[in-house]
Each structure stands twice: as structure tokens, then as C-alpha cells.
Design a protein around this ligand. Structure first.
Ligand code: ATP
Length: 395
């Protein structure tokens, strides 16, 4: 599977059934949005698709003393895809397995404006936004998570000298950032594949945007940029390539909101900029993602466990439903995947007549006045409406 980058976007078992999905709700709003999505998937009556829920996160720690129990791991190891909600304090333990343990390195985070969604931007600036981040998910600043340490420990290793400590003080902490040619090439190729696919589907314009910080991180990001540019030039000559320094690109996301197409970017930079981009189209509540690379990818909302709204049943389930749509596409249920996105569109478009439709719109889709007066739908109201719209499309 390692070098099979062309196929990571589609399941190797695409023509086989049953296909098993393990739903991991996790913590905070995770179980709320995953259960709502699970109900939709079951209501869609997709032939050959089986969904099973398993514990992970704080709940699993309480009941079994561990965030990622053996039986959950076993179920994940034997499934076709994972639908993941969010974990809070134990996030590293769960994600460590889903990402590094399974080898899922390509984090695809689409950014799309849905008509009717509330945003701080003028509608004409956002209405044509439909682009995607291809974020490297295993390296960069998160490659050696947990291996930070005191700077003084590096003295004598030929990296840090006593005068440096005087400058930074004895309490200074180091972290490690790693970029390898292997991970750069594979994310570069996945990005090119996605870019070609978007162009063929008439969504993208065949523009690959390589974003990093090569002016400062000359060796690391210099390599990231150069290798991906070469891959695109040699293997995907039909693509147009543009390169950007990350800070300039952060500004460009705001200045030219609907210009972008396929953005390939190192781990932490992609984590940050995709959250920024999500706000432009209406917030984390509508930002889904898939993390591909192994034969068991996982699909999750970009947001976390949102402890501030946990238990209130007001979380927007759409980010998870978009992730589920990506999962269906991966599993070969392309028609169902498209239908689900259309059903989301048909639900959110209700925002154009908010007084009539607020009961089935999520909190972040309605204007602040409605939010303040509690005039919006619950997680289940929104999910029910999306399923209803999906069924309507089928008739
Ligand atoms: P964690 O520590 O688990 O990452 P967090 O609070 O740091 O949680 P997020 O969960 O990403 O980070 O939430 C950031 C903000 O976005 C919070 O104010 C949260 O309420 C809001 N938010 C996140 N997801 C949703 C959602 N699905 N619907 C509505 N609001 C959301």
C-alpha cells in the first residue's frame, strides 16, 4: 500500500461486500455528531454497508481503563473505514493509532461554501469557494510529538552550545520538526491525483498550490517545495503549479477567497490554515475531512470535541456528514456520496429564508440574532432534515 498513492483514494475492496465501518464517537460532541451521521447512513439503506460503534476516549478510560481498548483496535483492524468523532484529553492515544499506527498520512480537508450558510463574508466573495487542502499528516511539527525536551539536554550533541542557553535560558524547551523525502513525495502525488480528479470532475481548474516556508526553513521546506514541484512537472504536466510562502498564503485565503484549488501543505501549517479557511465558509461545523494512506482510512470532522457545547445537542453534524460522504466515495458508493452532499446543500439553502426554515438549520448557519434567541435546530433536527432531503432526491 505504501507506494500505491494512486489508489489510496479508493478502497481496495470496492467491488466486495459487506463493507464494514467502525464508528468511534469518542468524547464531547463526538458521539452526538457521529450518532446523528450513523442514523443518516442507516436511513439511506446502502446495500452492503455495515456500521458498528465501538468505544474510545474518556468513556473507554472510565469503563476499561484505556483510551483505545484492544477490542476497538481489533474491530478497526478488520474494517474498511473508520468514522471518527473526536477525542479530548486522550486524543493523542487514539489518533496515534488511526494515523501513525495504520499509516494514514494524507489529510484531505475540503473547503466549500454552501448557499444559505451564515458567514462574516459578503456572499459574492464566498459563493464560488470550492477548494481542498491536502495536508501531510504524519510529519512536520507533529512527527515527534511527546519527544520535546529541555534545550539544555542538547548540549554536547553538537546542536546547542552553552552560549545558546544563555540567550534562550535554561528553561527553554525544544521540539523536533521532521520532513522526509518519502513522506513529501507521497503527499505530493496524492495532491496531484486529487487535483487531476477535481479538474476532470469540473470542480477544479488543475491548479496545484504548494504552500510552506522555504525562505526560512531552507533545507526542510525547500525540499518539500522542490520535490513536489518536480513530481507535478514530470508526472502531471497537465497541472499548473504555483508556490507560496505560508504567511502570504494565509493572507491570500482571505484576499482572494475563491481563487484556490488544490493546496498541498506540511502538517501543522495545514492544520492551522484549514481551520482559517473553514471560518471563511461558515465555520468548523461544516468542515469535514478524510485521512487516507492505508487500506483503513478514517473520516472525521475537522473540529475537536468542543467541550463548551458538549451535551447540549446543538453541535452541527454537517462536518461529520461531509466526512461520511467522503467515506462513501472511498468505499465506492459514489452516487450515495453525491446525494448526501446534495441533501446538505438542499438543507442549508433554507438559510436564504431563515425565518421559515430555522428549525432545521444548525446554530452556526443562522444569523447572530437567531442564535441569540435560540432559533435554530438541534443536532438531530438538522440530521433528520438532511435524511429527508436525501430521500426526496431518490424519489
Ligand atoms: P478539543 O480540545 O477537543 O480540540 P476545542 O474546543 O479546542 O476542543 P473544537 O472542538 O475544534 O476545539 O472547537 C472550537 C470551537 O468551535 C468551539 O467554540 C466549539 O464550540 C466550536 N465548534 C466546534 N465544532 C462545532 C460543531 N460541530 N458545531 C458547532 N460548533 C462547533
Amino acid at each position: 500500500m505504501e507506494n500505491n498513492y494512486k489508489n489510496v483514494l479508493k478502497s481496495p475492496r470496492i467491488h466486495e461486500t459487506p463493507k464494514t465501518v467502525i464508528a468511534l464517537g469518542g468524547d464531547g460532541i463526538g458521539p452526538t455528531v457521529v450518532n446523528a451521521t450513523d442514523n443518516i447512513l442507516k436511513g439511506m439503506k446502502i446495500r452492503g454497508l455495515e456500521i458498528k460503534s465501538m468505544p474510545c476516549g474518556e468513556n473507554a478510560i472510565e469503563t476499561q481503563g484505556i483510551a483505545f481498548p484492544e477490542e476497538t483496535k481489533k474491530a478497526v483492524d478488520n474494517c474498511d473505514a473508520v468514522l471518527f468523532g473526536a477525542t479530548h484529553k486522550s486524543a493523542v492515544q487514539v489518533i496515534a493509532y488511526l494515523r501513525w499506527g495504520l499509516g494514514n498520512y494524507a489529510n484531505i480537508r475540503p473547503i466549500k461554501y454552501f448557499k444559505g450558510m451564515n458567514t462574516a463574508f459578503k456572499r459574492e466573495l464566498v459563493e464560488n469557494i470550492d477548494y481542498t487542502f491536502i495536508r501531510e499528516g504524519t510529519e512536520g511539527m507533529y512527527a515527534a510529538t511527546g519527544r520535546e525536551g529541555k534545550l539544555t539536554n542538547l548540549i554536547g550533541k553538537g546542536i546547542i552550545y552553552k552560549p545558546d542557553i544563555e540567550k534562550w535560558t535554561e528553561d527553554a524547551i525544544y521540539a523536533i520538526r521532521i520532513i522526509s523525502p518519502k513522506a513529501t513525495d507521497r503527499i505530493g502525488r496524492v495532491a496531484c491525483e486529487v487535483c487531476v480528479r477535481r479538474k476532470n470532475e469540473g470542480i477544479g481548474k488543475g491548479l496545484l498550490e504548494i504552500v510552506c516556508k522555504p525562505n526560512v526553513l531552507r533545507s526542510q521546506d525547500g525540499m518539500f517545495l522542490k520535490r513536489i514541484k518536480n513530481i507535478a512537472k514530470k508526472e502531471y504536466p497537465e497541472l499548473q503549479v504555483e508556490t507560496y510562502i505560508v504567511d502570504d498564503f494565509a493572507a491570500r485565503l482571505i484576499r482572494f477567497p475563491d481563487y484556490h484549488d488544490t493546496i498541498v501543505i506540511p502538517n501543522m501549517m495545514g492544520d492551522i490554515l484549514s481551520d482559517e479557511a473553514a471560518q471563511i465558509v461558515g465555520g468548523l461545523g461544516i468542515s469535514g475531512s478524510g485521512v487516507y494512506g492505508s487500506s483503513i482510512p478514517y473520516f472525521e470532522p475537522t473540529h475537536g470535541s468542543a467541550p463548551d457545547i458538549a451535551g447540549q445537542k446543538i453541535a452541527n453534524p454537517i462536518a461529520t456528514i461531509i466526512s461520511a460522504s467522503m467515506m462513501l466515495d472511498y468505499l465506492g458508493y459514489e452516487k450515495e456520496s453525491e446525494g448526501l452532499i446534495k441533501a446538505i446543500e438542499n438543507t442549508l439553502i433554507g438559510g436564504l429564508d431563515v425565518e421559515k426554515n430555522w428549525k432545521t438549520l444548525p446554530k452556526d448557519a443562522v444569523p447572530p440574532k437567531y442564535q441569540k434567541n435560540g432559533k435554530f435546530g438541534t443536532t438531530d433536527d438538522v440530521a433528520d432534515k438532511i435524511l429527508e432531503e436525501y430521500k426526496e432526491l431518490e424519489t
